[in-house]
Structures are given as structure tokens and as C-alpha cells.
Design a protein around this ligand. Structure first.
Ligand SMILES: NC(=O)c1ccc[n+]([C@@H]2O[C@H](COP(=O)([O-])OP(=O)(O)OC[C@H]3O[C@@H](n4cnc5c(N)ncnc54)[C@H](OP(=O)(O)O)[C@@H]3O)[C@@H](O)[C@H]2O)c1
Ligand SMILES: *[C@@H]1O[C@H](CO)[C@@H](O)[C@H](O)[C@H]1NC(C)=O
Length: 322
């Protein structure tokens, strides 16, 4: 049976992006020999968009999964895939961006990524890379202008078809746009029923920046996640009334808000379940009910905030929307 084609959006770069992507972050990360067949399963299930990052350690097994899927004929060409990776904070410096992307491409075994994101509006000292424990004094001032200039160069060189940011608030995007030649195509942020991001979504829409939702299920049952989405009584009620799973309703809500969902499952049944939500609609009444869900970030990233650091409060890190 042929998997159904996933709807796509056209980014401001002119590139197409499937509106569901497979997340690849897991702590601890399973060994490569476990991960490679998982990524092949995902391609078989119909996923064409994958979200990785230098931080996750999943670039290499993802690349191997892609290579194997090509050998197996599950896809005819690499062009059928949309692959995102992200610049880690230790490389958020004008001169370190291009070398970091080249390392990423080598790990993926690809000539280009479809999307390259600045992972956080944060720069970390090089020591942070191999440190066993995070220290707040690793955080140093972030240079938006210099870092973005280097990102633009990556796109001009064809090593990234589109470039964007992640975890940027309204103020930070505004200052990035002040000197940008290429606007970011995407802002990938936490977005789910328990952190709906109405203000940021409206702003990004005006600026023609596509919003991608990470932790769309609230990172359920992970070390960094919460049960605010997947154990929400409101979600549960609507899902059971509609004979859908809670994850399908949570993802459907994101899709109807015009965002893409980056959802992680390493289980083939749940992978398929998560893709199966494009052929029905939420009613206006149901959408209204979702506005009653208490709002709170799953991930506040307090690590990056300290009295002596560049971000002195969560307000500053999140541009007044902590
Ligand atoms: N840019 C950033 O800063 C950033 C931050 C966080 C995440 N991300 C990206 O976004 C991706 C997704 O976010 P996330 O991994 O934090 O959380 P998530 O996708 O909201 O939730 C993943 C969790 O939900 C479970 N799950 C998946 N489908 C399910 C279903 N149908 N029913 C029940 N449980 C289900 C998964 O377990 P199973 O695997 O066992 O199904 C896993 O424990 C990440 O993998 C990463 O690629 C980006
Ligand atoms: C934009 O460039 C100008 C001129 O170099 C500089 O004064 C300004 O601080 C820059 N803005 C940002 C946000 O970097």
C-alpha cells in the first residue's frame, strides 16, 4: 500500500516543506543499529521530513537510514526528502557556522540540508561542548548579526536550501530582520495545546516566517517533557468524542493553525497514527474549547538565564513571553 502524501507548505525561500516532520531527539539516544531501521520505518510509513541537530547526535544514523532507504528503493531520490539540522550554540559565531554545517553534511552523507536553523539565540563557550555538566558561565553574548550573515552565506553556497531560527521571540526576530538580506524561512519553537504561542504565530505570519512546532505532544514521557498535553482532560474529551487518538487531535490542532508539527515517535504504529490526521476537521466549538487549556512552557531553558550572563531573566530570554 502506498503511503498517502503529506500536505506541504511553501516557505518564503520558495522551497516546499511537508507539514509533518519526524523528530529525532531522544535521551538517551538509542544505538545507531537500533535507530537506522527506525528511520527506514519512518520513510516506509510516509515521513519525508526529518528534524535533526548536531546536539541530538542523530545526524549520522539518519544519514545512514536515508542511504539505506534509497538502496531499498523506498524513495527514488534524496530530493523527495526534507532534512533539517541545527547549529549548536558553541558554533554560534560568524566564523564557525560554515565549518559546523560542513561537519553536519558529512555526518548526514548529504550535499545539502533543506533547512539549517540556529538552534537557540544563545552562544556558548567552546568548553561547553565536552563538559559533563552544564555551567551557566558558559553562556556568552549572542551576535545575531554576525551569526545570521554566516547562515546567509550557507544558503548562497547551496549547502542549505533554506535557513531559519529556533526558539526566537518577537524582539530577537525583529533585530535579526534589521540587518538580514535573507529573512528566516522558519522559526521552530515549542508549540502545543499547553503552549499555544498565539502572539508569536501572529507576528511570524505578518513577517511570512513559517512556524514549526516542536514538542507538539508536550514531549510526553520524556525526561524534559510534561503530561500537560497528553493528559489534558479537554483533549481527552474531544478525542474520545471524535474517535481519534489524543495525539491525532493535538497534531490536527497544530495543522489547522498553519504550523508544521515536528513529532517524535520511534514506534512504527504510533508513527503511522500520527500521520493519519489530514482527512477530518475540528469544529469551531472544539477549537474554542482548546483555549481553556492552562498555558505554560514545557521547556523554559532556565539554564541560559543567570544574573551575570547576557540573559538576566526568563523575560529577557523569551522576549517578555516567559
Ligand atoms: N528546536 C528545539 O529547540 C527543539 C526542542 C525540542 C524538540 N525539538 C524537536 O522536536 C521533536 C519532537 O519533540 P519532542 O521529542 O520533544 O516531543 P513530542 O514529539 O511532543 O513527544 C514525543 C514523545 O511522545 C511519545 N509519542 C509519540 N507519538 C505518540 C502517540 N501517538 N501516542 C502516545 N505517545 C506518543 C513518544 O514516544 P514513542 O517514541 O515511544 O512513541 C515520545 O515519548 C524532537 O524530537 C526534536 O526533533 C526541537
Ligand atoms: C544592524 O547594523 C547596524 C550597522 O552595522 C548596527 O548599528 C546595528 O546594531 C545592527 N543591528 C543588529 C540588531 O545587530
Amino acid at each position: 500500500m502506498e503511503a498517502k502524501k503529506i500536505p506541504e507548505t511553501i516557505l518564503n525561500s520558495g522551497q516546499k516543506m511537508p507539514l509533518i516532520g519526524m523528530g529525532t531527539a531522544a535521551v538517551p539516544l538509542p544505538p545507531f543499529e537500533t535507530l537506522i531501521p527506525i528511520f527506514i520505518d519512518a520513510i516506509e510509513a510516509g515521513y519525508r521530513h526529518f528534524d535533526t541537530a548536531t546536539l541530538y547526535g542523530s545526524e549520522e544514523p539518519l544519514g545512514q537510514g536515508v542511504a539505506r532507504a534509497l538502496q531499498l528503493g523506498l524513495i527514488k531520490s534524496r530530493k523527495e526528502l526534507f532534512i533539517t539540522s541545527k547549529l549548536w550554540c558553541t558554533k554560534a559565531h560568524h566564523d564557525l557556522v560554515l565549518p559546523a554545517l560542513k561537519t553536519t553534511l558529512q555526518k548526514l552523507g548529504l550535499e545539502y540540508v533543506d533547512l539549517y536553523l540556529i538552534h537557540w539565540p544563545v552562544r556558548l563557550k567552546p568548553e561547553a561542548e565536552d563538559a559533563a555538566e552544564f555551567r551557566k558561565d558558559y553562556v556568552i553574548p549572542f551576535d545575531i548579526k554576525g551569526t545570521w550573515e554566516a547562515m546567509e552565506e550557507c544558503q548562497r553556497m547551496g549547502l542549505a536550501k533554506s535557513i531559519g531560527v529556533s526558539n526566537f521571540g518577537i524582539k530577537k526576530i525583529t533585530s535579526l530582520l534589521e540587518n538580514a538580506t535573507i529573512p528566516p524561512a522558519v522559526n521552530q519553537v515549542e508549540m502545543n495545546l499547553a503552549w499555544q504561542q498565539a502572539k508569536l504565530r501572529e507576528f511570524c505570519k505578518q513577517k511570512r516566517i513559517h512556524v514549526s512546532a516542536w514538542s507538539p505532544l508536550g514531549a510526553y514521557k520524556t525526561t524534559w517533557g510534561s503530561n500537560a498535553v497528553m493528559e489534558s482532560p479537554i483533549l481527552k474529551e474531544i478525542a474520545s468524542a471524535r474517535h481519534k487518538t489524543m495525539s491525532q487531535v493535538a497534531l490536527r490542532w497544530i495543522y489547522e493553525k498553519g504550523a508544521s508539527a515536528i513529532v517524535k515517535s520511534f514506534n512504527k504504529e504510533r508513527m503511522k497514527q500520527n500521520l493519519d490526521m489530514f482527512d477530518w476537521e475540528l469544529s469551531q466549538e472544539e477549537t474554542m474549547k482548546f483555549t481553556q487549556i492552562p498555558q505554560r512552557r514545557v521547556c523554559t531553558a532556565e539554564d541560559y538565564v543567570s544574573e551575570d550572563g547576557p540573559y538576566k531573566s526568563l523575560e529577557e530570554l523569551w522576549d517578555g513571553d516567559p
